[in-house]
Design a protein around this ligand. Sequence first.
Ligand SMILES: C[S@@+](CC[C@H](N)C(=O)[O-])C[C@H]1O[C@@H](n2cnc3c(N)ncnc32)[C@H](O)[C@@H]1O
Length: 440
Amino acid sequence: MTTPARPSSSKPRGKFRPAPPQPDPTRDVAFDILCGVVEHRRMLENSLSRSAAAHQAEARDRAAAHRLAAATLRHMGTLRTVLEPFLKKEPPEPVRVALMMGCAQLLFLETPPHAAVGTTVSLLRRRKLAPFAGLANAVLRRVAGNGPSVLEGLDQPRLDIPSWLWTSWAGLGKGVPRAIAQGISHEAPLDITLRPGAQAPEGGIALPNGSIRLPAGTRVTELIGYEEGAFWVQDAAATLPARLLNVQASERVADLCAAPGGKTAQLAITGAEVTAVENNPARLLRLKENMARLGLDVRCLQADASTWQPDAPLDAILLDAPCSATGTARRHPDVLWVKRPRDLTTLTAMQDKLLAAARDMLRPGGRLVYAVCSLQDEEGPARARAAQAMGLVPMPFTAEELSFLPEALTPEGWLRTHPGMWLDKGGMDGFFAARFTRAL
Ligand SMILES: C[S@@+](CC[C@H](N)C(=O)[O-])C[C@H]1O[C@@H](n2cnc3c(N)ncnc32)[C@H](O)[C@@H]1O
C-alpha cells in the first residue's frame, strides 16, 4: 500500500487551505469495490471492472486493493458493530464504507494507525466527502487508541455471517455454521492440481486428496511450471466431483458449464474424449486459454448446456451447475453480502433444467455427477431429490472413494464439503455433489 497522507487536523482558518489529497490507487480501488458490494450488491469482480480507478491502477495496486476489500468484507459484521458506539448518527453509506475499510486496516491488517487514519481522511477528501473527514479522523483515532480491546466480547464468527446464511447452515450439523465462519475468516491458501508426474512447486504441501497447497497470497503465474502447464489452480474440494465421475480413457464425456476449466482438465487428462460446454464467451476464452496452456485436447463449445445436444449419447457427464457459490466465500467474501434468499429461486429452476437436459444426453448405464459450490440445501440435497424424481437413478459415493475425507460422505451417499473442514490445514471450499446413472 502507498505511503500514508497526514491526518487532517482541525478546521482550516483564514487563508489556510488543506494540501490536496495524496493519490492512493489501492484505497481508491478498494473503496469502489466495497461501495459496489455494499450499496449496489454487485459482485467484487463486477465492481472492479466498473471502477475507473481500477482501470488506471497498476496490477500490484489492484491486487492490494482486492486484498483490502476482501479483508473488510470478511469482517464486515464485526466492523459495523465496532464502529457503532463511536457514531452519534448514521453516516451516509459511502462514509461508513470508508470507516470500515480504515477500521479493517487498524484491527486486522496491522496497518500503522497514522496510515490507516490519514489515508481514510484523504480518501474522503478525494471522493468529495470532505465534510466527513473530521468525523473519520476522530472515530478512527479513537478505535486505534482502544486497540484490539474493541473486539473483546464480540462473537465475531456470528457477526460476520448474515443471519439468513447462518440459519440456513444449521441443517449441516451442530457447530457447523461456526466452523464455516472460522474457515471464511482468513484468506484462503492457493491450491493447485498437478499433472500426473509433474513436480510440486517449492513450498507446497501435499493434501490427503493429492492437491498441493501453497500459502495465501502466492502468485500462481510466478510459480515454476505454470507456463509449461505443469498444474492448474483448483481448490482441494473442487477436485472431488470430477474425480468421483471415474472417467475412463475410452469414454465420451461432456463437461457442462465448464469455464474456467479446472474440472475439464481433470476429465481430459484421463485420455477421454471431452466436450466442454460454456455459454459465456469471455469465460469460454479463458477455458480455451487454460486448455492450451495445459496442452489438453478438448472440444470447447459456446452453447447453452440446457439445450445443447451431443451427436450421440454420452458415457459420462459432469454438470457443475451455476449456483449461489456460497461455498466459495473463503475466496469470494463478497458472496456473503451480495446473495439473497430470493436468488435461489432462479438458480434452482436453472439447475433443474440443466439436470433434465443432462439426463437426456446420457446413454443407458451412463453416469452423471451433479455438483454445486453452494452450501445451500435448495441447490444441493433438494436438487439431488429432484434429479431422482426426474428418473435418474442414484449411484451413491462409497467410503472407499472418500477414504481421505470420510466426513464429507453423507448417509445418502452424497458429497458435502464446507469451509470448516480441514481447518487445521487451511480449510476447503464448500461443495455438494451427487452421482446418478440412467436406467438400462
Ligand atoms: C460453477 S462455474 C463452473 C466451474 C468449472 N466447472 C470449473 O471447474 O472450472 C459455472 C459455469 O457455468 C456457466 N454457465 C452458466 N449457465 C450456463 C448454461 N446454461 N450453459 C452453459 N454454461 C453455463 C457459467 O458461465 C460458469 O462459467
